[in-house]
Design a protein around this ligand. Structure first.
Ligand SMILES: NC(=O)c1ccc[n+]([C@@H]2O[C@H](COP(=O)([O-])OP(=O)(O)OC[C@H]3O[C@@H](n4cnc5c(N)ncnc54)[C@H](OP(=O)(O)O)[C@@H]3O)[C@@H](O)[C@H]2O)c1
Length: 254
């Protein structure tokens, strides 16, 4: 018999809830009996997914700070305090050409948006006596990768940001978590033309995230057979690592 899902979270907000990992996580928490609120930009897809799951939709572009504050305020007013916010919306925007534009677009979506949401959630959660905020990073943020200066840099920045902020939020009674998935089969990686070792289905990723969030660890990284080799490579001096990258680049078919 399938194990019944349960959760200690009663009211959960998930950004990027209309697709992939966010949608699977929303289904997971609904099945566990939580109230779930979903945000994403595209209103039609969001409404469809929200209706199917039974979770009110709050259309939102997370890169718009005013809209983020408005949405958090609205959820609080209509449903009361959130005890879990999963800041999962993310992607790999291309910008308009040029390094600065790519980097800026990725930092806005994958790093700054989390900071805006925390700014909106923090005083409300503190006043409510606590709350959990989970940031969805990526194992891609562990190491500099060729061509990854946009996405991977923004996820690396998110990892630094989260770890540095943890003690301050903890002092205020807030529980900050960092989720670092490896590859998950979603539209985000559909166009990748390189090998994606140990790729997981979104439902499996959602189960692992939810299991981690029921526990107390700061970082929820998976799969460990990808996370550990990357952690060990991270111990290399950067000069050695960029030589490895240059060596691999010379062997890449053009
Ligand atoms: N898939 C992987 O292999 C993988 C691995 C590591 C980490 N991650 C991370 O996991 C998170 C979810 O990714 P996914 O793979 O599930 O991707 P996905 O299937 O493409 O879903 C992305 C979600 O984010 C929403 N979104 C994108 N930009 C937004 C914005 N500006 N404002 C609000 N919502 C926005 C999308 O809806 P709209 O486009 O309608 O807004 C969609 O609901 C991301 O942070 C991603 O970086 C994914």
């Amino acid at each position: 018999m399938a194990k019944a899902r349960s959760t200690r979270y009663r009211r959960v907000w998930i950004t990027g809830g209309s697709s992939g990992i966010g949608r699977a996580l929303a289904r997971h928490y609904r099945a566990a009996g939580a109230e779930v609120f979903l945000s994403a930009r595209g209103p039609e897809r969001l409404a469809r997914v929200a209706e199917a799951i039974g979770a009110p939709a709050y259309p939102l572009d997370v890169t718009d700070p005013k809209a983020v504050h408005r949405t958090v305020e609205q959820i609080w007013k209509e449903h009361g305090p959130l005890d879990l916010a999963v800041l999962n919306a993310g992607g790999s925007p291309r910008g308009e050409g040029g390094l600065a534009s790519v980097l800026e677009a990725n930092l806005r979506l994958n790093t700054l948006a989390a900071a805006h949401a925390i700014d909106a959630l923090r005083p409300r959660m503190r006043a409510a006596g606590g709350g959990t905020i989970a940031l969805v990073g990526s194992l891609a943020g562990y190491l500099p990768l060729p061509g990854g200066y946009g996405y991977a840099t923004s996820k690396a920045a998110l990892i630094h940001f989260a770890a540095g902020l943890y003690p301050e939020l903890r002092r205020e009674g807030l529980d900050l978590r960092l989720v670092n998935p490896g590859f998950v089969r979603t539209p985000l990686v559909e166009a990748n033309r390189f090998p994606m070792p140990f790729i997981l289905e979104p439902e499996e990723a959602a189960r692992r995230i939810a299991r981690g969030l029921e526990g107390g660890r700061f970082e929820i990284a998976f799969p460990l057979r990808l996370a550990w080799p990357l952690r060990l490579l991270r111990a290399l001096p950067l000069t050695a690592w960029v030589r490895v990258l240059a060596w691999a680049d010379r062997r890449r078919p053009r």
